[in-house]
Ligand binder design. Sequence first.
Ligand code: ZN
Length: 239
Amino acid sequence: MKTALISDIHGNLEALTAALESLEKRQPDKIICLGDIVGYGANPGECLDLVRSQASAILLGNHDAAAVGKENLAYFNEFARAAVIWTKSVLTPEQKDFIAALPLVVKQDGLHLVHAAPKNPQVWDYIFSYYDAGDQFDAVDGRICFVGHSHVPGDYREVRRRDSLAVHSADPAPPRRIVNIGSVGQPRDRNPRLCYVIYDTESDEVQFIREEYDVETASAKILRAGLPVFLAERLFWGY
Ligand code: ZN
């Protein structure tokens, strides 16, 4: 089975539309969204409606939670806070009810899915590197966990220390794996192209897909909405 995983769309309709067009060509069996559909970008409601028409599962992200009053704004930097306040003002009551009911954790088809990190998903830890992931492997239920949140794609595998005197002892469980699927709407790995993942459950292959999208339009809309200039500029830098 081919599962597409998208995350951190952040109200960027141009990036989401391009990602869905790219997915149309690849024909996955299902699409799962790891959260943060809203925040930062100028089309949060449109992105939410589009994702819920396509995704078989959607998780709650920290920006989603903040936009419906489920997360403290003190946690956010000034740019994110301005975007959350603006996002709150444009989502409909029905859209907010939908977001408020989203889960923090989903486990299906042997996949462990969270927005931020598996250990304590509600504290929104960031996984930018192997060092961040190392702390999290023990919390992975099963063999593989998919996360978003840091907007930096990565494929991390657990390294187990083996007893050198018992090299032939059987290792009971295979090493666990945490895959950060990157961000559709605001990549931060200095690559402005949108990012998502296709996971093949039979071959265990993780494929990172990068695609160009209309950054100019997405950026201009952020400025037109009166959101911070930095949020418009960073899309060009991929940071
Ligand atoms: Zn995010």
